[in-house]
Write a protein that binds this ligand. Structure first.
Ligand code: ADP
Ligand code: GN1
Ligand code: MG
Length: 365
């Protein structure tokens, strides 16, 4: 066990961690528990007992209704489990498996009110912050497309919206403008170029949501957070094993899922790369992902959805850049950061990518 884990929210001491770990129906003695992965939202640990587990402290500043969030995840994972079984797959590996608490609940609330959950650890598979082999990216497109197809007969009315207006880019701009007006730390002067860049594209923000309102795009059950490190790729075969991070599974547009994967994975550098000369949008990676996604979604996308794919990549990249910049201006309360200016660095990579997408993708749409 580590002595103290300094989370962005509150410290997690060894005792707190031990107590949380002991709350679940894990097998054998607890051996170790160490911080794990590079997610921006929850505090994630690898817990080793007789077998390994993932232990997560959920971010209750962001997810305000944890029981509803956990109900969503229980419903979706049980539904996927049945589908995986019926196609002869291995549900222990191909979907997330929640470990119940010792008193049979889906999550544990500690004495401070913090909420924890545990999953089986998916072994012999990895998640990546950068595409390792181009073929893996096609594979992840196929898996995210298939994820949506599998959930196409899931009753969306059972799901609670875990974060309201999650991909409403226009509303994201409104919050950005508020942060800009407040500028609580006087940071706006350090990013005037980025602010101008974002504001000059605000007129694009409503393109997807207005198509939904006008009935030109269908509402589907989506993942909503389809970056490459939310998918586990088998270490040996290179096949996508399991889609993880189900916190934002809720009704949305297929374009959100497609566009978000592109903004993260079709980049030649990591999301927080400081040297912008390394950050490029890769059209070949875009094409590979598109092929995989269309295959995985099994012909279920409408013509209009397909027509808007290039635009969705630009939109989700713009939205994410604006969210990083908003968090930078407001004092870094939302995304985990590990250095000063981290969110600004992230906003810059998104805007660099977007500039290149505007050149190369406009030829496609
Ligand atoms: P966040 O919401 O903070 O992004 P995630 O649920 O994505 O949290 O988990 C963070 C990281 O932990 C993932 O990117 C992945 O590397 C790892 N991870 C999560 N769940 C599992 C699992 N069941 N098995 C193995 N690794 C996992
Ligand atoms: C967050 O949770 P994580 O790290 O997989 C965020 C996404 C952003 C992403 C940017 C719930 O994803 O929306 O696109 O960071 N998740 C939430 O890397 O806000
Ligand atoms: Mg994640």
């Amino acid at each position: 066990y580590i002595e103290v884990y300094r989370s962005m929210r509150t410290e997690i001491t060894k005792d707190v961690l031990r107590r949380a770990a002991a709350a679940f129906q894990t097998k054998g003695e607890l051996r170790s528990c160490v911080p794990y992965g590079s997610g921006h939202i929850n505090d994630t640990f690898r817990l080793d007992c007789e077998i390994p587990y993932i232990l997560q402290r959920m971010n209750r500043d962001i997810f305000r209704d944890i029981p509803a969030l956990m109900r969503n995840i229980s419903l979706v994972t049980s539904f996927l489990r049945e589908k995986i079984l019926s196609r002869g797959g291995d549900p222990e590996r191909e979907c997330l498996n929640l470990i119940p608490t010792r008193d049979g609940k889906s999550f544990y609330r500690d004495p401070d009110g913090e909420c924890w959950r545990a999953y089986l650890f998916i072994e012999r598979a990895s998640s990546y912050n950068l595409v390792r082999r181009p073929e893996d990216f096609r594979e992840s497109g196929r898996a995210f497309g298939n994820f949506q197809l599998l959930l196409s007969d899931f009753d969306a009315s059972l799901l609670t919206e875990t974060i309201a207006d999650f991909h409403d880019t226009k509303k994201r701009f409104l919050r950005f403008r508020e942060a800009l007006t407040e500028d609580p730390l006087g940071r706006a002067k350090s990013c005037e170029r980025e602010i101008r860049f974002a504001l000059s594209r605000e007129m694009l923000a409503d393109r997807a949501m207005s198509a939904l309102r006008e009935g030109r795009l269908p509402l589907r059950v989506c993942h909503n957070d389809t970056k490459l490190n939310n998918i586990m790729i088998d270490d040996e075969s290179g096949k996508a094993v399991c889609i993880i991070d189900l916190d934002t599974v809720m009704p949305g547009l297929s374009l959100f899922d497609f566009g978000d994967s592109i903004r993260f994975g079709a980049s030649t550098a990591e999301e927080d790369e400081r040297d912008l000369s390394k950050v490029h949008f890769s059209l070949p990676l875009y094409e590979l992902y598109r092929e995989g996604y269309l295959e995985g979604s099994g012909g279920s996308l409408t013509e209009e959805e397909i027509r808007m794919l290039p635009e969705s990549a630009r939109l989700m990249t713009l939205e994410c850049g604006v969210r990083f910049l908003t968090d930078y201006l407001s004092g870094d309360h939302y995304f985990h950061t590990s250095r000063p200016g981290h969110n600004l660095d992230r906003a810059r990579t998104q805007f660099r990518l977007l500039e290149e997408m505007e050149e190369s993708l406009s030829l496609l749409s």
